[in-house]
Ligand binder design. Structure first.
Ligand code: ADP
Ligand code: MG
Length: 342
């Protein structure tokens, strides 16, 4: 066979394999876009586990009519422009792949109105070569993206979708994780027209803790140790469960790096090590932890779904997390022993 450049749609579908694994990954990408757009309120409506419909509405900055088509093309992003930006990423997105990928494997409608644009416009993408049609629409300031019939044109992928219930539970988990990342934003999640989650924007630590209780359960927050420690450019804060509240599964392990949700081995290892002698070896600690450091100290461009990061000083970060958690657990233990002795 001779060498050919792939048609745009096929290229996007291949890229979609990395970004769009299931409905929950679509939800994650779109909600992250809403957050990058500065939204303070995000509504997520799901039908049939997301296979039929995923609709995300926000009150963010919107997309101008002239840029609707561009937003849907590959490698189109407003978030970085050069290598310097890439080396210190503050936004959640930057690859300019999500909308192109999603619209190549679904029927996508995007309606948007920036504050300074008189009326709203809607773009619809589906069909050969990523053709986009644009028409006038009604919409308040902000953006609504509707993704219908996910994987309708990639039957092999569609076959891998699980039951409605399973797919929805993945979406629910994405929303829980994001709700813990942004206390200042309100989130609503509905499934088949029924309200499932509603998190109000929180404005102080007490309200943050209340949201943690909503997401992780009252039992967690009422028995958690509060963490807040800064040291040479690193800041770790959040909540970790007392050892006796360990879990049989790793279902309450939430860690964030500069506001980005993570499943990072190095962080998890540091935390686990702090609990090592305190919980059974097959148990899992419960925690909600936030690590903040200079954007330049961490590379987020490691994984297409951005679940992993690379720290420039990995060992140092690991040991910091370990020692902060270790100290908190040990001093709690000492307090407990003292109160027994008294
Ligand atoms: P990325 O997030 O990596 O930039 P995306 O494909 O997810 O790439 O989005 C492309 C562009 O579309 C974004 O850079 C942004 O300018 C615009 N965009 C997407 N979603 C929204 C939204 N909800 N509100 C405002 N702009 C958006
Ligand atoms: Mg994005």
């Amino acid at each position: 066979m001779s060498i050919q450049i792939l048609p745009a749609r096929l290229a996007n579908q291949i890229a979609a394999g990395e970004v769009v694994e299931r409905p929950a990954s679509v939800v994650k990408e779109l909600v992250e876009n809403s957050l990058d757009a500065g939204a303070s309120k995000i509504v997520v409506d799901i039908e049939k586990g997301g296979a039929k419909r995923i609709r995300i509405s926000d009150n963010g900055c919107g997309i101008r009519k002239e840029e609707l088509t561009l937003a849907l093309s590959r490698h189109a992003t407003s978030k970085i422009k050069d290598l310097t930006d890439l080396e210190a990423i503050a936004s959640l997105g930057f690859r300019g792949e999500a909308l192109a990928s999603i619209s190549s494997v679904a029927r996508l409608t995007m309606t948007s109105k920036p504050e300074n644009q008189e009326s709203a416009w809607q773009a619809y993408a589906q069909g050969r070569d990523m053709e986009v049609t644009i028409q006038p629409a009604a919409h308040p300031n902000g953006t609504t993206i509707e993704v219908n019939d996910l994987f309708f044109n990639t039957p092999a992928r569609r076959k891998f979708l699980r039951t409605e219930k399973t797919e929805f539970s993945h979406i629910d988990e994405v929303i829980r994780r994001i709700a813990l990342a942004r206390f200042d934003v309100s989130f609503v999640l509905t499934h088949n027209g029924k309200m499932i989650r509603s998190y109000r924007a929180a404005a102080n630590m007490d309200q943050n803790a209340k949201r943690v209780g909503q997401v992780c359960g009252q039992k967690f927050i009422e028995n958690a140790l509060t963490i807040d420690c800064q040291h040479e450019g690193l800041h770790l804060w959040g909540w970790i469960a007392k050892p006796e509240f360990y879990r049989a599964q790793n279902d309450l392990c939430y860690s964030y790096v500069n506001g980005r949700m993570m499943r990072d081995k190095l962080i998890n290892h540091g935390i686990r090590q702090a609990y090592a002698e305190l919980i059974p070896s097959d148990g899992y600690p419960a925690f909600v932890l936030y690590l903040e450091l200079d954007h330049k100290e961490v590379d987020v461009n490691v994984h297409p779904a951005k679940h992993e990061v690379r720290f420039h000083q990995g060992r140092y970060v690991h040991d910091f997390i370990y020692s902060v958690c270790h100290q908190a657990l040990q001093s709690d233990l000492a307090q407990m022993q003292q109160s027994i002795a008294e």
